[in-house]
Write a protein that binds this ligand. Structure first.
Ligand SMILES: Cc1cc2nc3c(=O)[nH]c(=O)nc-3n(C[C@H](O)[C@H](O)[C@H](O)COP(=O)(O)OP(=O)(O)OC[C@H]3O[C@@H](n4cnc5c(N)ncnc54)[C@H](O)[C@@H]3O)c2cc1C
Length: 388
């Protein structure tokens, strides 16, 4: 079977690797000749490292984390030490690693932007921006959060199905400025979302993500700069003097992140006759945290199994594997970010309890590691609190 995959990010590259290793002819398209520092925190959870061998074995490109500091809007904080590896990747490095695996496995990489797709008699024609035409039997959209293939295949997301994230990749003098084994997560003063400071091997990714259109980019920049000011005052000054654009030490980025609402998960359908969507293009991102790298790779695995076994059951596979979990995360958003508990914001209470109670701290640790399901979260927290 000849499969065309549009997009060579983690989802597309991993699918290309698996299908090529199993005898399919694979065309892997990407508009970018070389992987780039895509807007992303680059956080790869313990769960992802445990499940995906090639990430666990990779020694050179990731920054391992030994402390996760969670900070409330009030400044109250708690630190947890991940029980197993938790890593931060530069996205240029992660994508380079994954694209190389695909090419080594035999996928044909085509550097071109796919501009048009047409289907006739069970065959797909893909026309690239430079006018070339390619044919295939099976078409995969792995072209990211703002996928152009998605609407052409009849799948639509609404503005409320997104977060918007922005930030700066900041070069620092690591020895002097930064503990490179610590990540910071800070909840917002109001609204849905959070701030992160994730150290990579040669820079720090500072970012803020919030429900799309809930706050203006200017408001998001101001709140993120307050944290940068505390941690790297000279860089914060430089960014302000550059009117919040890029500077010699800080590269600005901004991008959409899928965060599907519960009802959108219910009606989501990401495959049909000889086509499928994976990764961000399918909306497969944890709606509460914005974690998408795990789901990009996992959905590629599930689609590869469905194609290779000719079972035509991709839809059932992703729903069984993580559909209910994602829907639950979407349901929890209002309570988690905007709710209150005993007169305080919910996030403040979580930090307060975690500071004083080992069971709550362990639950928070497992949640960050990707090892605590949202489906069982309420029960576990309740049990922990009862044993105070
Ligand atoms: C600000 C921000 C912070 C994030 N932080 C984290 C985090 O810390 N941890 C985490 O797990 N996830 C995070 N995510 C989510 C994560 O970045 C994505 O879930 C992940 O990159 C999805 O992989 P993908 O392969 O589906 O898509 P992408 O990585 O977006 O790859 C899509 C590829 O398609 C190519 N493409 C697009 N259109 C075309 C076309 N027409 N023709 C050819 N090629 C095309 C692009 O060039 C790109 O290479 C974050 C996202 C954002 C925006």
């Amino acid at each position: 079977m000849k499969v065309a995959i549009v997009g060579a990010g983690p989802a597309g590259a991993h699918l290309a690797t698996l299908l090529s290793q199993n005898g399919c002819e694979v065309l892997l398209f990407d508009a970018r000749e070389q992987p780039w520092e895509k807007p992303c925190g680059g956080g790869v959870t313990t769960k992802a490292l445990r499940e995906f061998d090639f990430l666990r074995k990779d020694q050179s490109n990731k920054q391992l984390v030994s402390t996760v500091r969670v900070i409330g809007a009030s400044g109250r904080e708690v630190s947890v030490q991940p029980k197993s590896d938790f890593a931060i990747y530069s996205r240029a490095e992660l994508d380079r690693l994954m694209r190389k695996r695909a090419i080594d496995a035999g996928a044909r990489f085509i550097c071109a932007r796919v501009a048009r797709i047409t289907n006739s008699a069970g065959q797909w024609d893909l026309k690239t921006q430079d006018g070339a035409v390619y044919t295939c039997d099976f078409l995969v959209g792995a072209d990211g959060a703002t996928s152009k293939l998605r609407p052409k295949l009849g799948v639509e997301f609404a503005p409320h199905d997104f977060f918007y994230g922005l930030g700066w990749h900041i070069k620092t003098d690591r020895a002097a400025d930064w503990d490179a084994t610590r990540v910071d997560i800070k909840y917002l003063r109001s609204g849905t979302g959070y701030i992160w400071a994730f150290p990579r091997t040669d820079h720090v990714s500072y970012g803020i993500a919030a429900k799309y259109q809930e706050r203006t980019p200017a408001q998001l920049k101001a709140e993120l700069l307050d944290l940068i000011e505390l941690q790297l005052p000279a860089v914060a000054r430089e960014i302000k003097m550059a009117a919040h654009h890029s500077t010699p030490h800080a590269t600005f980025y901004g991008a959409m992140i899928p965060s599907l609402e519960a009802a959108s998960w219910d009606r989501l359908k990401v495959s049909g006759d000889n086509w499928a969507l994976i990764g961000d293009a399918a909306g497969f991102v944890d709606p509460l945290t914005g974690e998408g790298i795990y789901y990009a790779i996992k959905s590629a695995e599930l689609l590869a199994e469905a194609i290779l076994t000719r079972a035509n059951d991709y839809e059932a596979r992703w729903r069984t594997e993580f559909g209910a979990e994602m829907r639950r995360a979407a349901e929890m958003i209002p309570r988690f970010y905007r709710g209150s508990f005993a007169g305080q914001p919910f996030t403040e209470r979580v930090i307060q309890f975690a500071r004083h109670h080992r069971g709550v701290r362990d639950t928070l640790n497992d949640l960050i590691a990707g090892d605590q399901s949202y489906l069982g979260l309420k029960q576990r927290l309740f049990k922990s609190l009862l044993s105070i």
